[in-house]
Design a protein around this ligand. Structure first.
Ligand code: NCD
Ligand code: ZN
Length: 346
């Protein structure tokens, strides 16, 4: 196939940041996706409906003229979040999920949750209101090896949570292990998962073999090849429990190329094209439309998009970096390499 058309896709996990960085990265997503679930891990975090609505206005104001894009807002769960805030969020019509960061698990997660047991009143209200919980599924115990943090989270945190709140809709975000794939496949239909292009494309050798590559460092960290293969199988399986979430996470070059580089991989410049390459390699290009444009909307209970997007097999070269406006720059995934597919705009 040289050209194909799919319903306009959605990105169910995206970091837009704020200010100049947001203005620099937002056009990449808005050209490719009709909607995106926008992560609330700003500094300070987006913990209230009022903050989420103000953030939404800033996103809409930063959109390039003539581009239609709907930001789907989220709240950042803390141990102080109240059931009333959840009701307010639902009523606003613009807040579509609540994000659970275990405190210390990742970028801007210090204000996250230490003990999810302290959040049950809020989680019960979310179950009643039909508001999904999005989970960064890693334990933070320093005793636990970083490559095992997702697997241990499934056993120690997620399984008891689902048993206690079977009606709560949960998305296990950016899964990285065969264990997570099996867990989702064996759980009830209220559990789904997003999968990033980088976890589908790379194993940990891409980060550590032949030199340390900070632009391939993200959380949860890349795993062994066996896990990558399981993710690719899940994404292309046709199961509605797995859908697109890029986790595109812009950080400036100097913060990544550092003696303590931060976590996050930027993929918004080519997100749908990268998934197209991966699905094509797996011989499953016909399954991309459901993964990118249907399953997520169905899980969130949102209508599917009406427009379409066309991808054409015309190679293009990814720049070495993109400007971040205020003097900084970021290094995108696949910088300086050729991508086989591009979005066709005629
Ligand atoms: C994300 C970020 O930079 O905000 N980083 C990452 O490595 N994925 C946070 C997150 O989603 O964990
Ligand atoms: Zn993320």
């Amino acid at each position: 196939m040289r050209k194909f058309t799919i319903p306009f896709p959605d990105d169910w996990h995206l970091h837009l940041r704020d200010g100049a960085t947001m203005a620099a990265v937002l056009p990449h997503t808005a050209r490719r996706f009709a909607r995106a679930i926008v992560m609330p891990n700003l500094n300070p975090p987006v913990t209230t409906t009022a903050q989420a609505l103000a953030y939404r206005e800033r996103i809409l104001a930063a959109l390039p003229k003539g581009i239609r894009f709907t930001p789907l807002m989220t709240l950042y769960l803390t141990e102080e979040t109240t059931p009333e805030e959840i009701v307010r969020a639902r009523k606003s019509g613009h807040i579509h999920a609540v994000k659970f960061y275990p405190a210390g698990a990742t970028t801007n997660s210090a204000a996250g949750v230490r003990n999810i047991g302290n959040c049950y009143a809020v989680l019960e209200t979310m179950a009643t209101e039909g508001l999904p919980l999005l989970i960064h599924g890693e334990v933070t115990d320093p005793q636990v090896d970083i490559f095992d943090r997702e697997k241990i989270f499934l056993e120690e945190v997620l399984a008891p949570l689902l048993t206690r709140l079977p009606q709560l809709k949960v998305v296990l975000e950016h899964i990285t292990t065969r264990d997570a794939v099996d867990f989702v496949n064996n759980a009830g239909t209220n559990l789904a998962a997003t999968i990033t292009p980088h976890h589908l494309a790379m194993n940990r050798n891409a980060m550590l073999a032949g030199g340390i590559r900070p632009h391939h460092y993200c959380l949860p960290v890349l795993k062994r090849e066996n896990h990558r293969a399981a993710l690719l199988e899940a994404a292309t399986s046709g199961s509605g429990r797995f859908f697109l979430g890029s986790d595109s996470a812009p950080h400036s070059r100097y913060r990544k190329e550092s003696s303590c580089g931060c976590a996050g991989i930027y993929s918004a410049h080519a997100a749908i094209e990268l998934y197209a390459e991966l699905f094509e390699q797996a011989g499953a290009l016909d399954r991309l439309a459901d993964f990118s444009s249907r399953f997520g909307a169905e899980f969130y209970g949102l209508p599917r998009n009406t427009g379409t997007i066309t991808l054409i097999k015309e190679p293009w070269d990814v720049p070495q970096q993109y400007s971040l406006g205020s003097g900084g720059a970021l290094v995108p995934l696949r910088a300086g390499t050729r991508i086989r597919w591009q979005v066709c705009h005629d």
